[in-house]
Design a binder for this molecule. Structure first.
Ligand code: SAM
Ligand code: SF4
Ligand code: SF4
Length: 346
């Protein structure tokens, strides 16, 4: 990764709001071994729920070919997600293939951590640059509830240890906060990760998908959370690392490290959004709240050449006007059909 680019890359398309295409999130499958209530509530997703079949999902070669075309259009960062991406057992092989793409500077992974420990060394060797681990609580019972009765906190904490030993000493730990469900756990999480080198980031519970029964009163606005945390551990604001960074960054005044807040509901950041999303069945989404994707798999499997595929992606990006989070307050926008989070991976 980070190798020089051997050919002149296109400056890339700009969308209708003049935003470039820089990041691609790749969902490698829609299945998950957890049933988090804000994403895939267990009552809607029983064990026999029909997820995509193997033939419907993009193969690694197909993902890599598309990712190469995205890189040619300006994408520099790739993030593997799902569903639970580590349910694709040979994920390290995909990481290796993606890391070798000219122009790609970073390949990252978002995971619930349940299957990470055994695979983390192979991922590291394959070139995985960064890991974001989702962890909503540090209490075993609340963890069980938050994973829909499927997860075991001890396994995830072990995975964090294994990742540290493999060299991932500065992971992002993402926590979705739901009022009345896990917000009482916030101080314990902060306590646990302060001084660890990892960056805990609190995410406002979003109205993604159609089945999580989202209500505004379940959202704990970042400003409130920040105030609650700062009463005990004073915080100092930090500048963004780069334009388009989704988390606002703070450091503990006493030197206990960094903490972040992702305020997609209370402080939308659509203006800088340079992220595209590829679903496991090869549909391209230009927004987390997209109604429908653009089918790339069809063209790919029908024999389209690289120029045709790149032209398709470019045209989709140029037509993009999405800014859902900025429009969220408008009821007609909120009540429409849309993609589920586990299909495009957050
Ligand atoms: N299964 C992996 C995991 O949980 O890390 C990757 C996929 S998951 C869909 C990606 C991220 O989306 C997770 O960090 C999860 O917490 C977040 N997420 C899912 N539903 C959400 C919601 N309604 N609001 C905010 N974040 C959500
Ligand atoms: Fe699975 Fe991740 Fe969704 Fe939880 S947030 S149900 S772990 S895909
Ligand atoms: Fe980007 Fe859509 Fe989220 Fe706005 S709502 S930040 S356009 S993904």
């Amino acid at each position: 990764m980070g190798r020089p680019i051997p050919f002149q890359l296109d400056a890339g398309p700009r969308d209708r709001r003049d935003r470039p295409l820089r990041d691609l999130r790749i969902s490698v499958l829609d299945r998950c071994n957890f049933r988090c209530p804000y994403c895939m509530p267990e009552e809607d997703y029983p064990r026999d729920h029909r997820f995509l079949g193997k033939a419907e999902r993009l193969r690694f070669e197909e993902i890599t070919r598309l990712a190469g075309l995205f890189a040619g259009l300006g994408v520099r960062k790739l993030r593997l997600t799902g569903g639970e991406p580590l349910l694709r057992r040979d994920l390290p092989a995909l990481v290796g293939m993606l890391s070798a793409i000219p122009g790609i500077e970073d390949v990252a992974l978002t995971t619930n951590g349940s299957l990470l420990a055994a695979r983390v060394d192979a991922l590291r060797e394959a070139g995985l640059g960064r890991i974001t681990l989702s962890l909503d609580t540090i209490d075993p019972d609340t963890f069980r509830t938050m994973s829909g009765g499927q997860g075991d906190l001890a396994v995830v904490l072990d995975a964090i240890g294994a990742a540290e030993r493999a060299g991932y000493t500065q992971m992002k730990i993402n926590c979705v906060v739901m009022r009345g469900v896990n917000d009482h756990q916030v101080p314990a999480l902060v306590e646990h990760f302060r001084g660890s080198g990892h960056v805990l980031r609190f995410i406002e519970y979003m109205d993604v998908g159609t089945c999580n029964g989202w209500k505004l009163d379940r959202v704990v606005p970042s400003a409130e959370l920040r105030r609650r945390i700062a009463e005990r551990w004073p915080l100092v604001a930090l500048p963004a690392h780069y334009s388009g960074e989704v988390a606002s960054r703070y450091r503990f005044a006493d030197g206990g490290g960094e903490i972040g807040f992702i305020s997609s509901v209370s402080e939308p950041f659509c203006g800088d959004c340079s992220r595209a999303r590829l679903s496991a069945d090869g549909r391209l989404y230009t927004c987390l709240f997209g109604r429908s994707g653009h089918d790339l798999r069809g063209a790919l499997r029908a024999g389209a050449d690289d120029g045709e595929l790149a032209g398709l992606i470019r045209a989709v990006w140029q037509a993009r006007g999405d800014r859902y989070s900025e429009l969220r307050g408008i009821e007609t926008v909120r009540s429409r059909e849309r993609i589920e989070m586990y299909e495009i991976g957050g």
